[in-house]
Ligand binder design. Structure first.
Ligand code: BV8
Ligand code: ZN
Length: 254
């Protein structure tokens, strides 16, 4: 335990001294809000499906009903979930950096919208969001779709089907998003990676960009990951505990 407190203290000191902070989050930050992560086994009816197989255009073409049901189930789960203390600590970190004229960038792989609901602003959603749907064929935005959906799949006037506004495997990320994220990673003093297995690219590449640019890097994650050996400080445990703890050490409120 002694070792872990030293790591927390050192990481908090680096965060306190930072002029520019960038954060990359993954599904782990939403786990304590009750949303299943991408690679942990899914529950119930969806237990037999592998998200890696469903989150692709091929799966949608092959079985648009199944994929539409999966995404609308996840949209409903996200809407029913509440942000947790980890989301709130990151919103607090953004306000704290702004108050001291620092720079703060929150980059997320999550599509659940919980960072914004916790008060974070200007969140970079690298993989899109469950909130927005568009036609797979003509691209028309589905602004007024029922929630939950009533037709699976949901037809577009053009004869195509509506798809969730997320980035599937094999699809490119929104150019503005990945460029902004890469610039923030390359220019920050401290980079936090929180709740991600760091296996999906180009998102995970941001951790390497920050490290190579000389940033101090902090990993907050339940399990060890592909970057655990690379980071400056590794904190193993739930982000809902560790992020507020790190914030309290870095920016003590009396
Ligand atoms: C692209 C949206 C090209 C949809 C997602 C070989 C090598 C390198 C790359 C590739 C390769 N083969 C293919 C690729 C490219 C591919 C890729 O990276 N594949 C990987 C799997 C090898 N990437 C792509 O296809 C990307 N596009 O490259 O395009 C291109 C270029 C030009 C033109 C055309 C095309 C697109 C990637 C985006 C895919 N979409 N999601 C949806 O959400 O359904 S990615 C998906 O994985 C999710 O978004 C998720 O966010 C992301 C990463 O997963 P994590 O968030 O990390 O979640 P995970 O479950 O893995 O981990 C959770 C962690 O939390 C765990 O470590 C756990 O320990 C921890 N945890 C759990 N509870 C807690 C906790 N931590 C703290 N507290 C807790 N309580
Ligand atoms: Zn259409």
């Amino acid at each position: 335990m002694h070792e872990r407190n030293d790591i927390l203290t050192a990481a908090a000191a680096a965060l306190r001294d930072a002029r520019s902070v960038a954060v990359l989050t993954g599904a782990g930050v939403s786990a304590e809000s009750g949303l299943s992560t991408f690679r942990d086994a899914q529950t119930g009816h969806w237990a037999k499906y592998d998200p890696m197989q469903l989150a692709t255009p091929e799966a949608f073409r092959r079985d648009p009903e199944l994929v539409t049901r999966w995404y609308d189930m996840r949209r409903q789960a996200a809407l029913a979930a509440n942000p947790n203390d980890g989301h709130r600590a990151l919103a607090e970190m953004q306000r704290t950096l702004a108050a001291r004229d620092g720079r703060f960038t929150l980059i997320t792989q999550n599509v659940d919208g919980l960072h914004a609901r916790a008060g974070s602003t200007d969140v970079i959603e690298l993989h899109g969001s469950l909130r927005h749907w568009r036609c797979f064929d003509c691209g028309r935005a589905g602004a007024d779709l029922p929630s939950p959906l009533t037709e699976f799949p949901t037809p577009c006037d053009c004869g195509g089907y509506m798809r969730p506004g997320v980035v599937w495997f094999g699809e490119s990320l929104p150019t503005g998003a990945i460029d902004r994220a890469a610039e923030a990673a390359a220019s920050c003093d401290v980079f936090l990676t929180v709740g991600t297995s760091a296996v999906v690219y180009p998102a995970a590449g941001l951790i390497h960009v920050a490290h190579e640019a000389g940033a101090r890097t902090i990993e907050i994650n339940r399990d060890a990951t592909d970057v655990s050996e690379l980071v400056t400080w590794r904190l193993a445990g739930p982000s809902g505990d560790l992020l507020p703890h790190l914030m309290q050490l870095a920016f003590p409120t009396d």
